[in-house]
Design a protein around this ligand. Structure first.
Ligand SMILES: [Zn+2]
Length: 84
């Protein structure tokens, strides 16, 4: 039986986890879509997303997904290196 982990599991219902200002725009350069999440700019930059130098980075749905993907990958990578 396949019980794989669905990547969409956390499809947030409430949305109000990382409170953001209404109408905030995604900080990724060239995006400008409505943001759904605000994160530390440092973290976002570390994940390889192109945001400005502000302390706070706003991410739209798409870029937040990308951010999560990247950070997940990093973790996986770390695990790898440790177990290798
Ligand atoms: Zn975006």
């Amino acid at each position: 039986m396949m019980r794989s982990v669905c990547p969409n599991v956390g499809k947030s219902r409430g949305v109000n986890m990382g409170r953001i200002d209404k109408g905030a725009k995604c900080s990724v350069s060239g995006c400008g879509t409505e943001a759904v999440r605000s994160l530390s700019g440092e973290k976002v930059r570390a994940a390889g997303l192109k945001v400005g130098n502000e302390k706070r980075a706003y991410l739209c749905k798409v870029h937040y997904k990308e951010y999560k993907k990247k950070t997940k990958k990093d973790k996986l990578y770390e695990k790898w290196r440790y177990s290798a």
